[in-house]
Each structure stands twice: as structure tokens, then as C-alpha cells.
Design a binder for this molecule. Structure first.
Ligand SMILES: Cc1cc2nc3c(=O)[nH]c(=O)nc-3n(C[C@H](O)[C@H](O)[C@H](O)COP(=O)(O)OP(=O)(O)OC[C@H]3O[C@@H](n4cnc5c(N)ncnc54)[C@H](O)[C@@H]3O)c2cc1C
Length: 426
């Protein structure tokens, strides 16, 4: 089989045989990275650091760029344009071949991955080591109508699409007073950090566009609905209190202990029967991992995440990390799920594969995350780093520095820095 039907981006291309590397006939081991998220980028970096050109790396992903979720709030509020989230593969993983498509099946006996390309063609990629970093996706099937009518934020371009839709809603509201309040109402389903940050950012965008504070009479309305009693469980109590204050300051209505049970184009129904007329629903509900045939016989948890061992392996020559995996800490508890941990786990996987290739023993997972951060726009936020909570401008500024430092591409980080400066007029 050949790659000819599959858009394939690589620095050089001298051999079209499936499983080969674009640098020519393969002599060294071949590592295939599924997905271009944090796991894959940091696994790539670790492999290149340890093995340089002695390892061949191919990334299989349906997109040509990494999506930087950290800037979601900034894109929604209008502080950054949607392209700030895009780090091209060519910059982030410059020495890797890219097979553009979805991994659809793994054959562990033959060590191959079947990839479905955009044009429907299938190609087969062979591996010596496979890294499963396919992340997870919002479980929109859990609520009728959410799949059809809910906006999502995880994939490249989705935050930009929501921002454009909100601008359209504001324009519609300005054109006709009929339906004005429905056009200017947004329901956010899901009270984790992503839901909280998005509610605040959406509130700021709508308030700036309409000239009326969110929550004021005749102004925009943003309702955050959480089935849990407590919001932003990723933070400690001090951080959660700052979250509550930021939501109040931005006029976001909060409904906790309540479920969205139905979503339509013109509104949302809650489990107590309340109907909220709204033209926009945002799904930041819990996540699930899409099953991958060929790995579906391996142990998973109730969200479909592969259960990794202490070396982050899930099967012979197969590793999994990030949102797609349950990674055990030394204590036995599962590692938290966020970008910082995905970065640490991806790097650990890369190092362990390099050890295996060199004939050394793997190291059990021992990464420690710096902490968690949330941005509330307007130069405020919360940062919990090394057990200490920071707030306000200090938190906002430190978060910006961390996020720029951890962007997958230096070039993109510089571009984003320039965008931020241009916006703030510094
Ligand atoms: C809106 C939002 C905001 C967030 N904000 C923060 C934050 O501020 N701080 C923080 O620490 N964390 C944040 N997170 C969480 C963080 O982004 C995730 O924990 C992190 O992305 C996990 O990294 P990953 O590499 O496992 O997966 P991802 O980064 O999701 O990457 C998965 C990749 O796999 C690809 N893929 C999927 N299926 C296939 C397939 N079958 N074949 C090939 N490729 C496939 C996808 O296209 C993607 O490239 C946020 C998440 C969201 C959704």
C-alpha cells in the first residue's frame, strides 16, 4: 500500500512505501505518534533529545497543527484571534513525517495502524513503538440535542467558530428586538475550569460588543449550569472562591446541582423543567475517549481511558498518556487530567521509549506538575503553583509566561506574544 491517496506532509519524501520514513528507506526504529496534542509534541521532543536522527518519527493526525487549549478564554473574549491556538506541525515537530488522517485500527501482531485519510482512502503505517495520544472528546451523546446544537472547544477552529457565532448573535439582536434576549443568551453546560473560563470570556465578549454589562436589564445573559454542587474542582477551596468572585463580577448566573437534559436550536431544558431560551449552548461537559479497534481489548475505565502501567505502557510496544489514559502516580491514585500532566506524561513516554531502544530499563512515572491556572480576562486570574495560590495580576502575568513558554512552537509563541502586545497597546 502507498501513501499516495493521503495528504502527507514531511520535510523530505524519497520513499512512498507504507511505514517508511520520508528521509528514505528506514534503518532505525520507527515511532508512530497518534494525535498532535501535548502528549505527542512532548514525546517527540524527548525522543529527539535522546536519539536525534537515530529515530524515525511519524505523527498521524487529522489536522496540520496543534490546538493550544490554554488560549481558549482569550480567543472567546476577543483578546487573541483564533489563529493564536494553531501551532503548525511543521514548526512543532519539524523532523517528523505527518500522515494526515484518523487512526482507525491498530494491529498489534503486525504492528500497523490503519489511517483513514480525508479523501476516504486508507493507508497502513507500520511502527516499532506506538504512542496513543488521541486525547478525549466532550461526551455530547449524554444529552439529547447537544451533539447537533452544542458548540465545542477542543478541536482546532472550534473556539473561533463560537466567537464568530456570538458576533452574529449580537448583530441579529441589534437588527431586531424580537428574539433579542434569546440571541444574547448563552448557556454553558459543565462547571469544570474550561466551563468557568469560557463563561467569563463569553460574558466579556458580549458585554464589549453590546455595550451592556452581562446580567444587566436588557443586556447579555450567560448561564453556567453544573451538575456538581461545586465548580472548578480542579482548584483548591481558595482558588474556587476566586472563581466564584470572578463569575459574579462578570455577571454570570450560576446554577449548580442541576443538569441540562435537552438542547434545541432555541433553548435548553434543565432537569427541574426550567426552559432557558438561548441561541447558543456551549458543551464543556465530561469527556470520553473514542475507542480504537485493535486496542479495545485492553483495560479501560468508565470514560474509555486506557489504563497504563507505571511505565505508561498499555501493551507490548504501545504507550498511552494524557487525556486518553489513566496514569498511576506512585501513590496509586490516577494523575490529574490537564495540559501540564499531558506534557509531563508525553515527555516521560518519549524518554521510556528511548530507554527501550537503547536497551536500558524503563523508569516508572515520577513527574510532578507545577500547578493549575485559570484566566479571568482583564488581567486577572488564579494560579496554584507548588501549593501556593496567587491571584489577580500576578496570577494573570505568571500564567501568560507559563503558557507562552509551553507553546509547542517557539515561532508561534513569539507570534502570540506580539498579538498580546498589539492588543494591550504596550
Ligand atoms: C476548552 C479547553 C480548555 C482547556 N484549558 C486548559 C488550561 O487552561 N490548562 C490546562 O492545563 N489544561 C487545559 N485543558 C485541558 C488540556 O487541554 C488537555 O488535558 C490536554 O489537551 C490533553 O492533551 P492530550 O495530548 O492528551 O490530547 P489533546 O491535546 O486533546 O490532543 C489529541 C490529539 O489527537 C488527535 N486525534 C484524536 N483522535 C485521533 C485519531 N483517531 N487519530 C489520530 N489523531 C487523533 C486530535 O486531533 C488531537 O490532535 C483545556 C481543555 C479544553 C477542552
Amino acid at each position: 500500500m502507498t501513501f499516495r491517496n493521503c495528504e502527507r506532509q514531511a520535510p523530505l519524501n524519497t520513499n512512498d512505501e507504507a511505514g517508511s520514513h520520508p528521509r528514505g528507506p528506514r534503518s532505525g526504529p520507527h515511532v508512530v505518534l497518534l494525535g498532535v496534542g501535548y502528549v505527542s509534541v512532548w514525546a517527540y521532543r524527548a525522543l529527539r533529545r535522546s536519539l536525534g536522527d537515530q529515530v524515525h518519527i511519524t505523527v498521524v493526525a487529522p489536522v496540520d497543527a496543534h490546538s493550544y487549549h490554554g488560549w481558549t478564554g482569550e480567543v472567546l473574549s476577543g483578546e487573541l484571534p483564533p489563529e493564536a491556538q494553531r501551532s503548525p506541525i511543521a514548526e512543532a515537530l519539524p523532523a517528523a513525517a505527518h500522515v494526515r488522517g484518523w487512526a482507525r485500527r491498530v494491529d498489534r501482531d503486525r504492528r500497523t495502524v490503519e489511517v483513514e485519510c480525508a479523501d476516504g482512502a486508507t493507508v497502513t503505517v507500520t511502527y516499532d513503538h506506538l504512542v496513543v495520544g488521541i486525547g478525549s472528546t466532550e461526551d455530547v451523546s449524554s444529552v439529547p440535542g447537544l451533539q447537533e446544537h452544542g458548540f465545542r472547544l477542543r478541536h482546532l477552529g472550534q473556539a473561533g467558530a463560537l466567537a464568530a457565532h456570538l458576533d452574529q448573535c449580537v448583530a441579529e439582536a441589534a437588527r431586531s428586538s424580537y428574539d433579542r434576549s434569546t440571541s444574547l443568551t448563552v448557556v454553558v453546560a459543565g462547571g469544570g475550569l474550561a466551563g468557568v473560563e469560557s463563561s467569563i470570556a463569553v460574558s466579556q465578549r458580549l458585554a464589549a460588543a453590546t455595550g451592556a454589562p452581562t446580567g444587566s436589564a436588557g443586556g447579555p445573559r450567560v448561564v453556567l449550569v453544573s451538575s456538581r454542587a461545586e465548580l472548578a474542582q480542579e482548584l483548591r477551596e481558595g482558588g474556587r472562591e476566586l472563581v466564584r468572585q470572578a463569575l459574579r463580577r462578570n455577571g454570570v448566573e450560576v446554577l449548580t446541582g442541576t443538569r441540562v437534559v435537552e438542547v434545541a436550536a432555541d433553548g435548553v431544558k434543565l432537569d427541574d423543567g426550567l426552559w432557558i431560551p438561548a441561541h447558543t449552548t456551549l458543551a464543556t461537559v465530561g469527556n470520553r475517549v473514542m475507542p480504537l479497534p485493535g486496542l479495545d481489548d485492553l483495560p479501560v475505565d468508565d470514560r474509555g481511558r486506557w489504563i497504563a502501567d507505571r511505565n505508561l505502557q498499555v501493551a507490548q510496544d504501545v504507550w498511552a498518556a494524557g487525556d486518553a489514559a489513566v496514569v498511576p502516580l506512585k501513590s496509586g491514585a490516577p494523575a490529574p487530567v490537564d495540559a501540564g500532566w499531558a506534557i509531563g506524561e508525553g515527555g516521560w513516554v518519549g524518554d521510556n521509549i528511548a530507554r527501550v531502544i537503547r536497551g536500558k530499563q524503563q523508569k516508572p512515572f515520577g513527574f510532578k506538575s507545577i500547578g493549575v491556572a485559570a484566566g479571568f480576562g482583564q488581567r486577572s486570574g488564579v494560579l496554584e503553583a507548588w501549593g501556593i495560590a496567587y491571584r489577580g495580576r500576578t496570577a494573570w502575568f505568571s500564567r501568560m509566561l507559563f503558557f507562552l513558554y509551553y507553546m509547542p512552537s517557539r515561532e508561534q509563541a513569539k507570534r502570540v506574544y506580539r498579538m498580546l502586545r498589539a492588543k494591550s497597546g504596550d
